[in-house]
Design a protein around this ligand. Structure first.
Ligand SMILES: [Cu+2]
Length: 113
């Protein structure tokens, strides 16, 4: 009885997995370095900016690792575009420097000391 329900669960999981891969869009996952993030407000700013981008399905900032992992539809956006969005939000992305004006507008706690 127990084994049967377990097998049933596996089948449900397999079906969910199949329907997810049936989507024609190919999603890519990328890590972008965020050398200047300081606090939770930074995390929120970067996350919101990225999740507004058409094609981005998920953005997870790791504050300690100073990196953001982004899942995005490769046909609708690109790593360069994502970097530009971060730069425009006032933060450095990989080797690109933050937009000076946007950076100036950040709360004091979010500026690199
Ligand atoms: Cu901050």
């Amino acid at each position: 009885m127990r084994m049967l329900s377990f097998a049933g669960m596996i089948m449900v999981l397999a079906a969910v997995g199949l329907s997810a891969t049936a989507c024609s869009e190919s999603y890519a996952e990328v890590e972008i370095k965020l050398p200047t993030v300081q606090c939770d407000a930074c995390v929120l700013t970067v996350t919101k900016a990225l999740e507004k981008v058409d094609g981005v399905s998920e953005a997870n900032v790791d504050l300690n690792g100073k990196v953001v992992r982004v899942s995005f539809a490769a046909e609708r956006t690109s790593v360069v575009k994502l970097e530009q969005v971060i730069v425009k939000a006032g933060y450095a992305a990989n080797d690109k420097k933050a937009n000076a004006e946007s950076y100036a507008g950040l709360p004091a706690c979010c500026k690199v000391q």
